[in-house]
Design a protein around this ligand. Structure first.
Ligand SMILES: Cc1ncc(C[n+]2csc(CCOP(=O)(O)OP(=O)(O)O)c2C)c(N)n1
Length: 327
């Protein structure tokens, strides 16, 4: 039995199918975003999370409905995994009035407080102290809510990360810090930016747990996050989880993979979380391939519907510039 199959053994077929559905929906959504970007419909840059779907879906499914999430600009998948409306997300990415932020945030700023999704952020590592402040506020208010914060390996090299680790460990703040280590910060490979082989070991300097896991094994991501969330909720404080993953496509839809080698591409495709989980579903869980094909078809249609909705919606114009502004 593979590691993945062992981790999935504790999961019900319903939950497993739900995860598969979410991962495939995110994949199709992101492929559509890349296509629309190529057609010149996305203003500025957009950062696909293709191949990182298991991290978004696995860790978000370990949360309660009241918990809170903050993520990076590579956060479309996290937004969708949290239950964000794909039409409102696509409209936001295309800067339309019907977007979740009325088209003023664009691809890097998705937000929906109604589902506890407090936003994605374009400034590398800036949201790590913000998420921890949110978690501290909830600790002080005794709400029992946990805050989940996702960020990249590049962000783990920023000063804001270390300052935050110190304070959240000291005050036992109920935050779960999930580092999506996809091997690169734009074009800089981790071997040129990290002083340690595993980002998770950095937690030791702050006397908090740090765990490095296979971020493309959705059941392992779920179980590790579930334990960290439980610990945070019970007053045990923060955990740093390093999800080792790959960024299969490119840094952004504008910078089509010009730096990865052919060998690296092949390695990335082998660890792709979707076909890997498909094997678990059709094998030990005996799910019919036709059920999965239906899910893939439905996801493709949902992505197309989201794109059509966004394209039909009016572009956010200068008339709205001064609306919803706090000064
Ligand atoms: C404070 C800051 N410095 C630099 C940048 C430019 N920048 C945008 S993305 C990025 C790479 C970040 O890499 P990582 O944290 O590993 O996340 P990934 O893009 O791989 O998901 C950089 C340096 C920025 N947006 N913010």
């Amino acid at each position: 039995m593979t590691d993945e199959a062992q981790h999935a053994a504790a999961v019900s077929p319903e939950q497993a199918l739900g995860w598969y559905r979410q991962m495939v929906h995110i994949r199709k959504f992101e492929e559509k975003v890349v296509e629309l970007s190529g057609r010149g419909l996305v203003s500025g840059s957009t950062h696909p999370c293709i191949a990182q779907e298991a991290v978004s879906v696995g860790c978000i499914s370990a949360l309660n409905a009241e918990d809170l999430v903050l993520a990076t600009y590579r956060g479309h998948g996290t937004f969708l995994a949290r239950g964000g409306d794909p039409k409102a997300a696509m409209a936001e990415i295309l800067c339309r009035e019907t977007g979740c932020c009325k088209g003023k945030g664009g691809s890097m700023h998705l937000c929906d407080p109604d589902i506890g999704f407090l936003g994605t952020n374009a400034i590398v590592a800036a949201h790590i102290p913000i998420a921890s402040g949110v978690a501290l506020a909830n600790q002080l208010k005794k709400t029992n809510r946990v805050t989940l914060c996702l960020f990249g390996d590049g962000a783990s090299c920023e000063g804001a990360f270390y300052e935050t680790l110190n304070m959240v460990a000291l005050w036992k703040v109920p935050v779960v810090l999930v580092c999506e280590n996809n091997g690169y910060a734009i074009s800089v490979p981790v071997k040129k930016s990290l002083s340690v082989p595993e980002i998770a070991t950095r937690a030791q300097g702050f006397d908090m747990p740090g765990i490095s896991i296979d971020g493309n094994d959705i059941a392992e991501v779920y179980e590790t996050t579930r334990r960290a969330v439980e610990r945070a909720r019970e007053g045990g404080g923060p955990t740093l989880i390093e999800c080792r993953t790959v960024r299969w496509e490119r840094h952004s839809a504008l910078s089509a993979g010009f730096y990865e080698s052919r060998e690296e591409r092949k390695r990335w495709q082998v660890v792709d979380p979707i076909p890997r989980f498909r094997t678990v579903l059709t094998g030990q869980m005996a799910v019919q391939a036709s059920v999965l094909e239906e899910i893939e078809q439905e996801a493709e249609e949902a992505a197309e519907d989201a794109a059509e909705f966004a394209i039909r919606s009016p572009l956010t114009g200068t008339a709205q510039l001064e609306q919803d502004i706090f000064a």
